[in-house]
Design a protein around this ligand. Sequence first.
Ligand SMILES: [Zn+2]
Length: 121
Amino acid sequence: MPRKPSLESLRATLQRLNLQQKQEIYAWLGEAIASEVEVALAIPPRPEAAVTEQRHYQGKTYQREKRRCNRIGCKCMAGEVTDVGHGPYWYAYWKEQGKVCNQYVGKRTPWEEWFRTETTE
Ligand SMILES: [Zn+2]
């Protein structure tokens, strides 16, 4: 069963790399962080949503949000969105031709989906 490596074991692995390999990892990590920050900063703030968690996975930023549906009379319309909002559900955000796109993901994230299919076989 695949397990998520700990930071210590990652560090131990990285220390065994030679200088050129470390420089490659350093450059790759710098780009990965920059693109993650760029997408995270570009996500428009939603006053009708509360973000409870944020992750980055395969080039997309995922946010777990509680949201109002804006239907008149729904229980989510009165009170703090953190208390009464629907969810939390995951939403994916990414940049395409300079525009921020978003998509409803649901309760499960792609990494959980992968983990589930790997372990149930
Ligand atoms: Zn509602």
